[in-house]
Design a protein around this ligand. Sequence first.
Ligand code: FAD
Length: 436
Amino acid sequence: MRRLRVAVVGYGTGGQAVALMLSRDGHEVEVFEQAATLGPVGAGFLLQPVGQLVLWELGLLDTLRRHGATVSRLYGETAAGRAVMDMRYHELDPRLSGLGVQRGALFSVLDSAWCEGRQLHCGTRIVAVDHEAGAVTDAAGRRYQGFDLVVVADGAASSLRTQVAAARLDRPYPWGAQWCLVPAGDWPWADELQQRYVGARRMIGMLPVGTRPDDPTPRLSFFWSLPVAELAEAGVDAPAWHAAIAAVWPDALSRLHGTPVPDGLAQARYRDTVHARWHRGRAVLLGDAAHAMSPQLGQGVNMALLDARALRDELRSDSPVEVALDRYARSRRDHIGIYHFWSRWLTPLFQSERDGLARVRDRVFHPASRLPVGRGQMLRVLTGTRRGWFGTFALPTAFLESLDACGRPAPAHLPESESATASAMVGDTGSSGVAS
Ligand SMILES: Cc1cc2nc3c(=O)[nH]c(=O)nc-3n(C[C@H](O)[C@H](O)[C@H](O)COP(=O)(O)OP(=O)(O)OC[C@H]3O[C@@H](n4cnc5c(N)ncnc54)[C@H](O)[C@@H]3O)c2cc1C
């Protein structure tokens, strides 16, 4: 294979994954990260089967599972106790489950795996990308050049994306969230994402996310939905904040006593970004920089991992880099497109002031999810295996077989080169055990 000099801007999930994969393929990779000291920033998240597949191919899923929490069910109800959502992975395939993970655990697993030829510039904020020359310039005016490829993976709030390609849509969501990690203790829903709603205006989520290498305490990721306009002030009046949580879900409040309010709460804002093109000259977008969306469907990490995998696979061909970049973008289009669509339409059902919509949701969502067709469709979207309107994202048989009845993977995994060609797919052949 040819050896490329590659610059990666951003050492989040997408940047980490692509740096590791391209280094393993023998490319010379140099990463530029604005944070002065390396460390995971971000909430716990749910790693779906498609994201697990990428880590399995890299030989890292076993390690991550030692820290993560298996999540077999997503359940949400109104504060009054009416079921709104009830999705169980095993109804799609008994071998599938989600994996609740602390950002720190995924960060450490990917970081420790990237050893060979590691070149990482911390505290280096890139402000300009020269897609013609293959160069980047940092905030201090230093220019780094001679790259065959510049991967822009600077996240949802990317300041560089428009230097690569004009956005067709780029707007912030009016709603965001406060979040924190709390000790799980004797939390009764150890393998479930649980949510509570009041209309679409109030939502609490509690996701088991296991431990991380530097902290053996099993934790839950707490998520409290708020309009962005209220984020700055939320919790300044701590008793009022506690009362608001208690009104939605007293069990959640019982886990928050050790959390200083508001200082122990982080804020999350999200964007909806669509690019018609993902590349220009020698520069290419990856992860949230290419396709930021609301985390309502919990797919962003999975998508970033899949982007990295797709880019690596296309660069393995002998085609000129620009052709490989075009193929990479095309190969991701159908998959990303459907998740963009659904997150845009579902987010207002859970985070907005549309009380009427929420009432329809409360009446229709759960019954629809119990109908065989509805259930199958929703589970496909959840697991990350929906592709386009009717297509299916392939999960190789060997990967499925490596997941035992408890959702734990067997140690063996396919060499990365074989992954893309494995043929039997969940759902494609009808042999997957899809309950619907
Ligand atoms: C509250 C919340 C919950 C979520 N839950 C889930 C979930 O359950 N499941 C899921 O799959 N996804 C979830 N997501 C989405 C997920 O976090 C993102 O999609 C994912 O982190 C995207 O990875 P990325 O590498 O593209 O960007 P990021 O992880 O944001 O990384 C970008 C990196 O670039 C660096 N950077 C930025 N600008 C520059 C610059 N100019 N120069 C150098 N470095 C720069 C940043 O410091 C950062 O390290 C959630 C998001 C939020 C906000």
